[in-house]
Design a protein. Structure first.
Lengths: 263, 205, 496
């Protein structure tokens, strides 16, 4: 046993973190390689440019399923319903499961929902992965089966709007939608998905405020970000959804998938 | 302790590595003192997030360093030109409004959003610039993932911009002695009277 | 001081004051929000009674002071019928389109709870046009599915206000039915009426055509182009017709709280058969009187009041009339009670008016064809004659041949007609002025000559007359008519 000096504690934490990155992912998760890209984002970062640049990364081809999340809570019982702290999950956490460590009638291959950002974050960390950032998600979600940027295509938009309009349908299994040009499925039409920086959407609760009067006292730096491509209501609705959430929230239509760094 | 490990390690890691990590982790716990004991903390306490920090003196600290006292918590970054200085002076004003006896019971913790650039030296410089009382104030940085988790728990929104600056909201949070969120305020220009009232009650004996 | 002097001084003072006050020409204004705060809430907090359309909550009759009112409104996303056999996903406040009616008084403090049902896919919020404050409440009520938000406001301005969801994209949330009305009564309350109704017009946009059956999704492009598929009162074509029509009675005074949720169209609101005795245009404080049709802006409202005098079915429409008849902007108010003929008689006369053409020429053509090929049968003559009679002779002698008492002699059962065929032909050709006695009754009138009719036509008409209304038999041939035409003189001005 080593005698560890307090000053070195930080280094050991760092070592721990690095060793995690090399661990294998949970069996069965199919990750797709996504090349870096510069693209026009609905949430640009600088006031003078609509473009955003992301480096290459991997993204899971489908959202996390009930079965996969069940394996996670069995291995990490502190994340089971009833045991997870109120700081991390709200009352709806995994309410659709039969029990804290059993699915009951919940469909194993359906995307897991009623999970909070903290729970999603912990799951991905346990896989040696992480949540994708908004821009990483947005870039892959802009694609359809043939092109990387289908956002001007009315068919792409209408397909998404059609899903928003349906109510009360039971969640189908993951992987049934067509794969887009990156080989990723189910980014639309299945569930909302957490992203790592959901808390950086920077939009006001009243969505008619669009950065016309940046409230400097509230937001340091550049002021509240404006949303580009306002006619791209399909994406706008996703941002509206994410900006209504707090990290401990769970909803019946909100799930997630993981991403991994690529050096 | 196991909870800390299990949260970040899958059960299937090879035993030897796990044991090594376990030993290191235990040593870590010993080094940090009694700070890491989330199991006895209330369910809705911020201290459920057990995260290691480094303070402005370069010493290791933990998120619950002020446990047992009411504490003002916020997030900032050292290179912030306008609003973060206002954040500091707002918290100092809240302090000054308190009767002297109460002031001694209040702790303040400021955690950086920018762990890469906010080295202990930089944090110390910010502390000195504002003349904060280091007996009760701590400026610290967390690992990048932990900063995101802390912000999520505190309802603080932030994003790093390409030029290195941050776009972030400003929220001052009052935690009780057990780490539960008692009150939050975003108001910097005026002292939020409701917040001040709750703070006064919290620091009274 | 004498009384006259006192009274005189009083009037002098009053006229002096009013003469100086520039506002004396119009009534004093309410002072708007500057005077809207009439004090802290008193008494126990009240839980607001919310109603589904077309019902309106009862007024707080015994309350004369501002109160704290708690409003709990739930958002639900529901699949409902927009038209028979056509399903649409509506996003609703309180499960209905329009959403629940909220009724409060000026000066009330409202603690507003907005709940978003866990089954909802979308976040929602609320902007109440009666709220003074950022976003009308929208900034403080943004609510994720399965969560609840609360904010408090004081109603400073009286009036009838629209509320709606303001979550991006706002147009889509409104187009899906997320609107309703909140009534902020003046401090003294509105006057009492017999019936109150809640009606809101909206425009709807579906991918499929009007009344195309099945599930119809929302069509964003049509909404941007302002090209609605449906324009409806209360969210469905059947909302206020048939069993669900509004009902009232003769003698009642009806007040309608009418809104226009939009998202795009302005409404030309009109009730067919009624006039708005009082109209609080745009839902404000002043009213106009005696209005037929009022403009209700998108995101606006109006209050109409009218007394019912006559029973029947009154039709609420958007008077941009193709919307009423081709897109569904139609609702019914059924009024029962005793008739009042002095006000409205119903139809008094229903007679044929052919303009300058007979109704159907078919029997005439048949007879004419028969005449060319040989003589028409009596049946053909009677049929043709009937057609010609109606619209020509019937104007005076009536369809039933009864004539008009003391004015035009009857042909039905007429001894005069049946006695002398040649005389009858002569009268039709040349007219008749002066005294005649028919069936024992005297007539002294003028019958104009009908010599413009052809011999065939006159023959057929007379044959018809002699075989109708109890007249037993008779026939006149065109040849007989020709003979009389040749042998008698036409009066001046008549055709040959």
């Amino acid at each position: 046993m080593h005698a560890v000096m307090p000053a070195k504690a930080g280094i050991h934490v760092l070592a721990l973190a690095l060793s995690l990155a090399a661990l294998p992912a949970a069996a069965g998760t199919d990750y797709r390689r996504i090349e870096g890209a510069t693209f026009q984002s609905v949430l640009p970062e600088a006031l003078d440019s609509k473009n955003v640049t992301i480096g290459r990364y991997q993204l899971a081809s489908t959202p996390v399923t009930n079965a996969e999340f069940l394996a996670f809570v069995r291995a990490h019982p502190q994340w089971q319903r009833g045991r997870a702290a109120k700081l991390f999950v709200d009352e709806g956490y995994l309410r659709h499961w039969g029990g804290p460590a059993g699915l009951g009638s919940a469909v194993p291959q359906a995307p897991v929902v009623q999970v909070s950002w903290f729970a999603a974050d912990a799951y991905c960390a346990a896989q040696g992965a992480r949540l994708p950032t908004w821009h990483e998600w947005e870039w892959v979600a802009a694609a359809d089966e043939r092109v990387t940027d289908a956002r001007q295509d009315p068919v792409w938009r209408q397909r998404i709007l059609g899903w928003y309009a349906e109510t009360g349908t039971a969640l189908p299994r993951v992987g049934r939608g067509p794969a887009n040009v990156h080989g990723v499925q189910d980014l639309h039409g299945l569930v909302w998905e957490w992203v790592e920086d959901f808390g950086a959407m920077m939009v006001s609760g009243d969505n008619r405020e669009q950065g016309s009067d940046p409230d400097l006292m509230k937001f340091c730096g550049a002021g509240a970000m404006t949303m580009e491509q306002k006619e791209n209501y399909a994406v706008m609705m996703r941002i509206a959804m994410l900006s209504s959430l707090k990290a401990a929230y769970t909803t019946a239509n909100l799930g997630f998938r993981c991403a991994k760094d690529l050096p | 302790m196991n909870r800390l490990l299990s949260a970040v390690m899958p059960a299937k890691a090879c035993p030897e590595r796990r044991r090594r990590a376990g030993i290191q982790g235990l040593a870590l716990a010993l080094a940090l003192g009694a700070g890491v004991a989330p199991a006895t903390v209330p369910d809705d306490s911020l201290y459920q997030l057990a995260m290691p920090l480094t303070d402005q003196a370069g010493k290791p600290a933990a998120l619950d360093l002020a446990r047992g006292s009411p504490v003002l918590v916020t997030m900032f970054y050292g290179s912030c030109p306008h609003v973060c200085p206002m954040l500091v002076s707002t918290m100092q004003r809240f302090e000054r409004e308190l009767p002297e006896a109460s002031r001694g019971r209040l702790r303040v913790l400021m955690v950086s959003l920018d762990p890469e650039r906010d080295t202990p030296a930089k944090l110390a410089e910010v502390a000195a610039r504002h003349g904060v009382d280091l007996r009760r104030w701590t400026l610290a940085r967390a690992g990048p993932k932990d900063a995101r988790r802390l912000a999520a728990a505190l309802n603080i929104q932030y994003r790093q911009l390409p030029d290195g600056e941050f776009n972030h909201s400003t929220v001052i949070t009052l935690l009780d002695a057990q780490g539960r969120i008692q009150k939050q305020t975003s108001s910097l220009l005026r002292l939020d009277p409701e917040f001040a009232a709750v703070l006064k009650a919290a620091t009274r004996r | 001081m004498s009384r006259a002097v006192i009274v005189g001084s009083f009037f002098a003072v009053v006229s002096l004051v009013t003469a100086c006050d520039p506002r004396s020409e119009s009534a004093a204004d309410t002072g708007g929000s500057a005077k809207g705060d009439i004090g802290a809430p008193q008494g126990e907090p009240i839980k607001a009674v919310l109603t589904s359309p077309p019902l309106v909550p009862p007024p707080p009759v015994n309350r004369k002071h501002p109160a704290k009112v708690i409003v709990e409104l739930e958002v639900r996303e529901l699949d409902l019928e927009i038209s028979e056999g056509v399903k649409y996903t509506f996003w609703t406040f309180g499960g209905t389109v329009p959403g629940s009616f909220i009724r409060i008084r000026q000066g009330d403090t409202v603690e507003f709870h907005l709940k978003n049902h866990p089954d909802s896919k979308m976040p929602h919020n609320i902007d109440l046009h009666g709220v003074t404050g950022p976003g009308g409440g929208a900034a403080s009520s943004f609510t994720a599915p399965g969560h609840e938000s609360q904010f408090t406001f004081k109603a400073l301005n009286q009036g009838l206000y629209i509320y709606h969801c303001a979550t991006a994209p706002v147009g889509m949330h409104v187009a899906n039915g997320m609107y309703g009305l909140i009534l902020v009564e003046p401090p003294e309350g509105l006057s009492k009426v017999d019936r109150e109704f809640y009606v809101v017009q909206g425009d709807f946009y579906t991918v499929g055509k009007y009344r195309e059956k099945g599930y119809q999704p929302f069509d964003m492009q049509k909404a941007i182009d302002e090209n609605p598929t449906y324009v409806l009162f209360n969210g469905a074509e059947s909302a206020l017709v048939g069993e669900k029509a509004l009902k009232a009675n003769v003698g009642e005074t009806v007040r309608m709280y009418v809104g226009n949720g939009g998202p795009n169209l302005v409404s030309s609101f009109h009730v067919i058969g009624e006039i708005f005795d009082k109209l609080w245009f745009e839902g404000g404080t002043r009213f106009q009187e005696n209005v037929q049709t009022t403009l209700i802006p998108a995101g606006g409202a109006a209050i109409t009041e009218f007394k019912l005098e006559v029973p029947g079915t009154y039709v609420l429409v958007d008077h941009s009339i193709f919307r009423a008849f081709n897109k569904g902007a139609l609702a019914l108010l059924k009024v029962e009670g005793p008739e009042n003929k002095a006000i409205y008689s119903g139809k008094e006369v229903d007679s044929t008016y052919l303009g300058d053409k007979a109704v159907s020429q078919a029997p005439v053509a048949a007879a004419a064809a028969a005449a060319v090929n040989g003589a028409p049968t009596q049946e053909q003559q009677v049929a043709a004659g009937g057609v010609l009679y109606n619209g020509t002779c019937s104007v005076c002698h009536q369809n039933n041949g009864e004539g008009l008492a003391n004015v035009f002699p009857p042909l039905a059962g007429s001894d005069y007609l049946m006695k002398d065929k040649e005389r009858a032909i002569g009268i039709v050709l040349n007219g008749l002025t002066g005294k005649v006695t028919v069936n024992g009754k005297p007539y002294d009138s003028v019958m104009p000559p009908m010599s413009q009719l052809t011999n065939d036509e006159i023959a057929n008409i007379l044959t018809y007359s002699m075989n109708s209304w109890g007249n037993q038999d008779g026939a006149v041939t065109p040849g007989e008519v020709a003979k009389v035409r040749a042998l008698t003189k036409r009066p001046e001005g008549a055709a040959h």
